[in-house]
Design a binder for this molecule. Sequence first.
Ligand SMILES: Nc1ncnc2c1ncn2[C@@H]1O[C@H](COP(=O)(O)OP(=O)(O)OP(=O)(O)O)[C@@H](O)[C@H]1O
Length: 259
Amino acid sequence: MIEVKSLRKVYKLSKKQMLKNNTVERKKVAVDNISFVTNKGEIFGLLGPNGAGKTTTLRCISTLIKPTQGEILVDGLNINKQAEEVRKKISFLTNELKLDTHFTPKYTMEYFGSFYGLSKREIEERTEYLFQEFGIDNFAYTKIEELSTGMKQKLSIAVSLIHDPELVIFDEPTNGLDIITARAVMNYLQKLREQGKSVIISTHIMSVASKLCDRIAILIDGKIRANGTVQEILYKTGADDLEDAFFKLYNNVSIGEKI
Ligand SMILES: Nc1ncnc2c1ncn2[C@@H]1O[C@H](COP(=O)(O)OP(=O)(O)OP(=O)(O)O)[C@@H](O)[C@H]1O
């Protein structure tokens, strides 16, 4: 279970960033006082446009960056005070993990497995399971540089899952994936849910959110504008579908209203 309580993240902007963002403000509020809870056995989605604060939220939960304010608990563990223990429970997945292309998939799994303190036998079992799951078994001893892009992406995901984490956090799970790889990844996330794991994803794609997620928080401009099942969000916004709901919320934000 993850509890995010009144999370706020403010970045200090460098002069270069101020120029790039075309602003005279020295600070950027990326996430503004958001709260939500995710449960075991469910896929929770953060849905929002570019710059909404999705990655920042996921990186705070994953202990990669520190919140400016607020509290995050992972199975009751505080991400600031018990970061090491939290890290053992979670995996922050990205299909853009940079792998050493001179190594083979098999060696890469051994390397990362030992990094997590797994025994040889545990590494062997997890590797066999994940390679089968993602169709990597026939390429176990092929140098990574010779693998297709889709295969490399699937290997990145398998590597991130070597320690069988309780909680899987996936930033934009289908980004940059071909349709077959994207389906394999979505199917695997559903399997994790069936195994009772907590899964949090971020996405800007409505169909991914509505097909995959049990509950969704719509994040716009650093704030949660709606939170619930798709049905609950449709009811609350009076929309016909998720895209319609999103634009109603988005337009309300633009004209300074809140639902
Ligand atoms: N390290 C940083 N320094 C300064 N500003 C940042 C930093 N990281 C993100 N931001 C800004 O914070 C806001 C939220 O960014 P974030 O990456 O969390 O959004 P996002 O919803 O994940 O969008 P995207 O899909 O574009 O990554 C954006 O305005 C972004 O420019």
